[in-house]
Design a protein around this ligand. Sequence first.
Ligand SMILES: Cc1cc2nc3c(=O)[nH]c(=O)nc-3n(C[C@H](O)[C@H](O)[C@H](O)COP(=O)(O)OP(=O)(O)OC[C@H]3O[C@@H](n4cnc5c(N)ncnc54)[C@H](O)[C@@H]3O)c2cc1C
Length: 476
Amino acid sequence: MRIAVIGGGTAGLAAAYELEKARAAGRPVEYTVFEARPRLGGALSSEIVQGAVLERGPDSFLTEKPAAAELCRELGLGGDLTPSNDGARKTFVVVRNRLVALPDGLMFLVPTKLLPTALTRLFSLPTKIRMGLELLHPPRAVDGDESVAALVKRHYGQEAVDRLADPLLSGIYGGDSTQLSARTVLPRLVDMEKKYGSLTRGMLAAHKKMREMVKISSKTPRAGGPPPIFTAMRGGMQQIVDALTSRIDPACVRTSTPVERVERDGETWRVVAGGETHTFDGIIIASAAWATGPMLAGVDAELAADLSAIPYSSSITVNLIYDEKKIGTLPEGFGFLVPAVEGRSMLACTFVHRKFLGRTPEGKAVFRAFLGGARGEELLGKSDEELISTVRRELGEILGANVLGLAMEPEHVQITRWRRAMAQYTVGHQERIARIRKHVAALPGLRLAGNAYDGIGVPDCIRLGRQAASDLAAIS
Ligand SMILES: Cc1cc2nc3c(=O)[nH]c(=O)nc-3n(C[C@H](O)[C@H](O)[C@H](O)COP(=O)(O)OP(=O)(O)OC[C@H]3O[C@@H](n4cnc5c(N)ncnc54)[C@H](O)[C@@H]3O)c2cc1C
């Protein structure tokens, strides 16, 4: 079976790796990877500068989603999996230019501890009273989708949207909580509202159940305590790209070859790329949905329209290396989130040297600013100089001029613009995906993978890429 993999990002590379494995195991599989850009890896990209790992795209993945760590172990990178430094885990939110720590006991945006919620400076007294009264919230039978902002506002009020939901979600999706789908992004909370009414009561019940399960299932406590929230690669995400690329036959890869369109001819697929037409028995399309839609327009116009309608957000990462001695004392924590209501360009900033130990040399401090969201497109048009001065000004204003004032020259700056890189799971996403699945199922040999469908993170893209490949390899 000849299979085309279109897009050589996280999902496409994972698919190609799986096909290579099938071929090595003796299955009659041949494949070609078409990648528009000169390099493979898509959003996974990092470099080491002055001994510090600078991540251009994702800096880590959620440990609780096993697909990424599993793949790394398979690739012989198990020894390089680096846990987040959760002992120092404290995240701040910018409130009127001041850093306020997220209160202890927050679970998926839900406050579960009385005292930290009562004492935090993050919320005003009326919001705190509302958070207490939320325990009486009645169950809700309505089935339709709504925005994350609407769900959170109904339970905890607008301030909880502005200072909690919005900054947390824009840090993950570069998205807008008034647009993101509650059913897709926070399905657990939607289920809890149906069952318990109060999200706080639902979360406390789930937590209790989990603790009991852990007690029953493990008579001996887990060595080393709970797993880390995030896992990074000691040498950066590029390690995954390099390891995957080294397993794939170079003769099967065509970089700088954007696919223009695909066509269907009876049982076979034609891929038009680089002025040539190639024939395949199956195709895995792992490019962004906004590129996949037009590619499929001649095969299924409705499918193409649904794919093209999936919105994307753009973002920019700016990494700055400083001499740690020269900057003042940073607040103890991983970094901070900036709510949209603060009206800044920065959405978040990570203190990289604190979040993951062993990836920044002694004496260096690395800041990773994340910009974009709703204003992403406008910021993409700014020059490097404008972006650097915006980030340095905002860092100085937020952290205090004597910590990181404008006068403090970074030793190195790395800027990466990500144009329409993050799919947005907006209200109605589930219905759109159900329609897409139905159309794909009617086109034998077609599989879609990538961050537009069933999970935005690196582990989801790996899982979907590998699944698509093993499905097709199984019918070979
Ligand atoms: C700045 C940033 C930070 C992130 N942080 C995290 C994080 O910390 N943790 C986490 O889990 N996730 C994070 N993510 C999300 C995650 O990295 C991405 O969702 C995931 O890597 C996307 O993989 P993909 O294969 O779907 O798409 P991509 O990696 O975008 O790959 C798609 C590929 O398709 C190619 N392509 C497009 N059109 C064509 C065409 N016509 N022909 C051929 N090829 C084509 C593109 O060039 C690209 O290489 C982040 C994303 C970004 C942008």
